[in-house]
Design a protein around this ligand. Structure first.
Ligand SMILES: Cc1cc2nc3c(=O)[nH]c(=O)nc-3n(C[C@H](O)[C@H](O)[C@H](O)COP(=O)(O)O)c2cc1C
Length: 170
């Protein structure tokens, strides 16, 4: 099995992180990996805001209650908010492709990640503009989801996979 396939199969969502900081160099590599994802008509309708400011992450945590008790970012020191350009047909798909690039690149560099979707609805409510400023999301973009990133402090087991989701027509 080659290294790419091994990396895909061994990536797991991580929900406990150590306090070790992720270097700027690694963050830059992850962002580069994100922007090399495919996108419809090469529109690249995404924006990535890297937040490492504890006060801001705590503020966002305080308004989001999707995970009762505990931090929605699982204590990660680095969170990337992924925003999608407004009025794009395939924007969410493009952002998802970019996100998977980040998750896989991070895993290959020894980091753990968790895709955080549950914050979206609560951060898109009536105070959305205020939250966007807090997250560093510019006008013309809307939050899609977040990615918690850090060094894993757990051994995560492999969640089961469905095995009846293929068909072959030959
Ligand atoms: C669109 C999307 C939203 C997700 N939202 C959350 C979330 O809010 N919180 C969380 O802990 N995990 C979240 N996850 C991670 C999934 O729970 C996880 O990928 C799934 O259980 C499979 O586990 P694995 O990533 O280890 O393969 C999300 C994943 C996706 C793709």
């Amino acid at each position: 099995m080659n290294e790419v396939i091994k990396n895909i199969l061994s990536r797991r969502s991580v929900r406990n992180f150590t306090s070790k900081k992720v270097s700027d160099e690694i963050i830059e590599t992850l962002l580069q990996a994100a922007t090399y994802a495919p996108s419809a008509k090469n529109g690249q309708p995404w924006f990535f805001s890297v937040v490492q400011n504890k006060e801001i992450l705590n503020k966002i945590d305080d308004v989001v209650e999707c995970l009762r008790g505990g931090s929605i970012f699982y204590g990660a020191q680095t969170v990337i908010f992924v925003a999608v350009q407004d009025d794009t047909r395939w924007g969410l798909c493009d952002c998802a492709a970019a996100t998977q690039n980040i998750l896989l690149a991070a895993h290959s560099l020894g980091l753990g990640t968790c895709w955080i979707g549950c914050c979206r609805d609560e951060l898109q409510g009536e105070n959305a503009e205020e939250y966007k400023k807090l997250m560093g999301i510019p006008d013309g973009y809307t939050l899609s989801h977040a990615i918690a990133i850090g060094y894993s402090d757990e051994t995560s087991s492999i969640p089961s996979r469905k095995d009846d989701v293929f068909s072959f027509i030959v």
